[in-house]
Design a protein around this ligand. Structure first.
Ligand SMILES: *Cc1c(COP(=O)(O)O)cnc(C)c1O
Length: 406
């Protein structure tokens, strides 16, 4: 039974309006009870197997390792989970918990749309009505994911306040929840936000790390590498190893176009500083007035100014090392693993892949590097195609429009 805390060192907490204290306490109690109930854990394991497709494989990247000439690279294929990424692990866990609590309606925020898609899918599976709050700007940028959410039967609500992006969608979801919590669960998408969300999301994602611990029993693991947006895939992947001295745990942030305000999303290994935003204390990219800064990354899922509080704390103690990969290194890593291993990394996950490419040649052959491929890259075609082979792609889009209009 894991130990749950409101705080991780100086980070975390529950900095919310009075009205949200009761639903967060109710959620925390339900969560702690559920995690100690074998019936709940059995039900969770069953659905992880039947619906998500767990356990996901650990792929020995033999061609890549040979070419790089150092440590053996292994890739945890979370991209093979139903809906194409790790986010469904958390969505399934929270929907089961919500059902156990007697909630009959689910709401969620989404930025790039990946969390919205996972939530909508699980709600469809469990027959629960689902409303997803999404900024108007994000809706326009991420139309394919909006299409998927609606296909699963979710209602996507356009948020037109503020910058019309993720943080405004979170505010809108919290506003909904303040008035609806007696029958509604707020399904938050990463290992952040007010307590108990960071603990809860970590526990539901820890299935990744527990499988890896099983799958690597015979390996001499030097390091585990994961990309870090809000921090859910990384903290779940690292979870069984957090209180051990080894292996090295490496979190990779979005280096974007390079250093400079608004050019990246590097919180821990860059200009981030402590702050309290949207209910929790952590590292954020803030301007001189304490306002959340704009960020940039080629990967929508890492394009975020905050980081989960437990990761911030473990970065400060040094248990997790933080580094970054630039947009260019990420696109090169996508091409490298597609060409040599036959797997297409999501742009987010390719941040971890890019660091493995740099680290492997510096280590001996009898050591292993485990990379978490948090998602697969099919969803990124509208972004990656224009970098990798733009002309035929734009021609295809033009032809599609023409076909539609004629
Ligand atoms: C959302 C997303 C991420 C970033 O979120 P975390 O909470 O940091 O895991 C990473 N990879 C993929 C594929 C995603 O969809």
């Amino acid at each position: 039974m894991p130990v749950f805390n409101d705080f991780f060192g100086q980070f975390g907490g529950r900095f919310v309006a009075e009205v949200l204290r009761a639903p967060l306490e109710e959620l925390e109690n339900a969560f702690i009870t559920a995690m100690g109930d074998p019936n709940f854990l059995n039900e969770l394991a069953q659905i992880q197997k039947e619906y998500i497709g767990r356990p996901t494989p650990l792929l020995p990247a033999r061609n890549a390792s040979k070419l790089l000439g150092g440590a053996q690279i292994y890739i945890k294929l979370e991209g093979l989970a139903n809906t194409g990424a790790h986010k469904i692990n958390n969505a399934v866990g929270q929907v089961l918990l919500a059902r156990r609590m007697g909630k009959t309606r689910i709401i969620a925020e989404t930025g790039a749309g990946q969390h919205g898609v996972a939530t909508a899918a699980v709600c469809a599976k469990f027959g629960l009505p689902c409303r997803i709050y999404m900024g108007e700007v994000d809706i326009r940028r991420q139309r394919p994911n909006v299409f998927l959410m609606e296909l699963y039967g979710a209602e996507v609500v356009s948020v037109k306040s503020g910058s019309q992006t993720l943080k405004d969608a979170v505010n809108e979801a919290l506003r909904d929840w303040s008035g609806s919590f007696p029958d509604t669960h707020y399904l938050l998408g990463s290992a952040l936000g007010p307590s108990p969300f960071p603990d809860m999301v970590r526990e539901f994602q820890a299935v990744i790390g527990r499988e890896v611990a099983q799958q690597t029993q015979d390996l001499n693991v030097a390091a585990m590498i994961a990309c870090v947006g809000g921090g859910s895939n990384s903290i779940g992947f690292f979870e069984p190893f957090l209180d051990k001295p080894r292996p090295r745990l490496i979190g990779v942030e979005a280096g974007g176009r390079g250093p400079g305000h608004g050019q990246n999303a590097v919180r821990m290994s860059g200009e981030g500083r402590p702050g309290i935003v949207q209910g929790y204390k952590s590292f954020f990219l803030l301007d001189d007035d304490g306002q959340v800064m704009d960020t940039h990354s080629v990967s929508a899922g890492l394009d975020y100014a905050g980081i989960g509080p437990q990761l911030a704390a473990l970065g400060q103690t040094g248990r997790i090392e933080f580094t970054s990969a630039s947009d260019t290194e990420v696109l090169d890593a996508v091409k490298f693993f597609a060409r040599h291993e036959g797997v297409v990394f999501a742009l987010e996950s390719a941040h971890a892949g890019a660091v493995a490419l740099k680290l492997a040649p510096t280590l001996p052959r009898d050591q292993a590097l485990i990379v978490n491929m948090s998602g697969r890259g099919d969803k990124d075609i509208f972004i990656s195609a224009k970098y990798i082979n733009p002309e035929p792609w734009f021609q295809f889009l033009k032809d599609e429009v023409q076909r539609h209009e004629s």
